[in-house]
Design a protein around this ligand. Structure first.
Ligand code: NAD
Length: 360
């Protein structure tokens, strides 16, 4: 069995799908070829891969190709029918990319599609990367604020703690809450799934009751709010947002544009110097004024729309991702041979294209 690790080519992508530490854990009979420089941007030099037993060379002919971002059209041409590909393939939004893989007959596994069942937790790359993004979002808020986060009692007087609001308390939101709390902020949070109230409170934050309840899907995701509910949420937020120094937004609905929570008017009601960090920028943003990939200042309010935050912490983001990818590979291999068990809920669920076409 042969695993290939590619060097990422997407702009700004610094992560790598497998790090040296994990390579030794792939098991007997699994050979690994790593493209030269694949781990460099994440601070894993070629030498570290060699020491872990990998070969530096062409990864594209391997039985299993592990990547972070979905392959470009040019990269798909390097794949062959029957080969396994593992990456973030954006199966709900990148229709063209999935079709290309189907045409090429690639057995493609999307990290986003791994069912969120207990047995699949070690493979849950969405969670591992959301943890990184949530942590970093709190650091960005702290950095951009022209204020302290903790309360300070100094000879020059007392500084009150900053007030931070986290919207969307999934994996990223909970990590943002925990990080902002560690930095000393007073944190409030809101999510349409009432089930997270207890988790928010257990982190020492206050659950902000906006009077809006959404439904939860079987997979634990939120369902999109009705236009009426969305309007009610925007109005409630507009009234409360000026109390906060920083707002971190993480609200998402899989496969849908990010719900708009903060209108332009609400943003302009915030005090100058306030900060919004919009983790949903990649899918359009939770704030109307967010410009994906950019940081803008509007009326003295800084709105951070940086995308792909996990890539800004590429060493640990890759380490966690690598463990997720290795766990998935472990499920696809038996006795050192590729063995795709389509009766396995995780294998079937994560597969988006099969040699015969697009998977169900
Ligand atoms: P996500 O990134 O899809 O969404 C982030 C959060 O935004 C969610 O909590 C969602 O409820 C919230 N949201 C959506 N619309 C909103 C709105 N209008 N206003 C406020 N908040 C809104 O979600 P996620 O972080 O990937 O996790 C979703 C769920 O999956 C969580 O319950 C999590 O605990 C669960 N989960 C389960 C497992 C497992 O069992 N293996 C693993 C990871 C996550």
């Amino acid at each position: 069995m042969h695993v290939g690790v590619t060097k990422e080519t997407a702009a700004g992508e610094h992560r790598v799908a497998l790090v040296p530490e994990t390579i030794g854990r792939l098991g007997e009979g699994v050979d690994v070829t790593v493209e030269a420089g694949a781990g460099e941007a994440a601070a894993y030099p070629d030498e570290a891969y060699r020491e872990a037993g990998a070969t530096i060379g062409d990864p594209w002919s391997a039985d299993v190709v592990a990547k972070v971002a979905g392959p470009s059209a040019g990269e798909v041409k390097r794949l062959r029918s029957g080969q396994v590909l593992i990456a973030f393939l954006q199966p709900l939004t990148d229709v063209e990319g999935v079709e290309r893989l189907a045409t090429a007959g690639v057995n493609a596994f999307a990290l986003e599609s791994i069912p969120r069942i207990t047995r699949a937790q070690p493979m849950d790359a969405l969670s591992s990367q959301a943890t990184v993004a949530g942590y970093k979002s709190a650091l960005i808020a702290a950095d951009r604020l022209p204020r302290f986060l903790p309360m300070l009692m100094t000879a020059a007087g007392t500084i009150p703690p900053a007030k931070v609001l986290v919207l969307g308390a999934g994996v990223a939101g909970l990590q943002a809450i925990a990080t902002a709390r560690r930095l000393g902020a007073v944190v409030s949070a809101f999510d349409v799934r009432d089930a997270v109230r207890e988790q928010v409170e257990s982190l020492g934050a206050t659950f902000l009751d906006l009077g809006v309840r959404g439904e939860e899907t079987e997979g634990g995701y939120a369902r999109e709010l009705t236009p009426e509910q969305q309007a009610a949420q925007q109005a409630e937020l507009q009234a409360r947002i000026p109390q906060f120094d920083a707002v971190i937004t993480t609200a998402a609905i899989p496969g849908r544009p990010a719900p708009k929570l903060i209108t332009a008017e609400a943003t302009r009601a915030m005090r100058p110097g306030s900060v919004i960090v919009d983790l949903a920028a990649e899918t359009g943003g939770n704030c109307e004024l967010t410009q994906p990939g950019r940081e803008v200042v509007d009326g003295g309010v800084t709105i951070v729309g940086i995308t792909n935050l996990p890539s800004t912490m590429a060493t640990h983001a890759s380490q966690l991702l690598s463990r997720n990818v290795a766990s998935l590979i472990g499920l696809l291999v038996r006795d050192g041979e590729l063995a795709l068990d389509w009766d396995d809920e995780i294998v079937a669920g994560a597969c988006v294209t099969r040699r015969s076409g697009v998977a169900a």
